[in-house]
Ligand binder design. Structure first.
Ligand SMILES: [Zn+2]
Length: 130
């Protein structure tokens, strides 16, 4: 695990706030909430592939939403009781970057909604998803 100094150097202040301090970008302001391009969304911090554009859907919430991660084990989940709510935080398993939260109100086949900050992910359009 890298330390805070490393990330402060590598990330922009906004990225640092979201990824390392578990911040949340404002709804409808991120780079990807209405993005429909094909590709692979990687962890902004370590480059690990986390979500495919095929699993992205419009949840109308103002953040990019996916119904499943690229693979089991790519994402780490943790109970989050901050802000007076009980939610499930999702993080990049590899580097611990805060990504967003997962909610049980997504579409089939998983019924899950991974609500992710654009600042936590980076779309690579050069990679096919088939
Ligand atoms: Zn990562």
């Amino acid at each position: 695990m890298k330390d805070n100094e490393y990330w402060r150097d590598k990330l922009t202040p906004d990225e640092y706030y979201v990824c390392r301090e578990k911040g949340t970008e404002r709804a409808f302001t991120g780079e990807y909430w209405d993005c429909e391009k094909d590709g692979v969304y990687h962890c902004r911090c370590c480059g690990e592939p986390l979500f495919l554009s095929d699993t992205k859907f419009d949840a109308g919430c103002g953040w990019p939403s996916f119904f499943q991660p690229t693979q089991d084990g790519a994402i780490q989940e943790e109970r989050d009781t901050s802000h007076g709510m009980i939610r499930t935080e999702v993080m990049c398993k590899k580097c611990g970057a805060h990504l967003g939260h997962v909610f049980p109100d997504g579409p089939a086949p998983t019924g899950l909604r991974y609500c992710i900050n654009s600042l936590s992910i980076k779309l690579d359009e050069s990679e096919g998803t088939e």
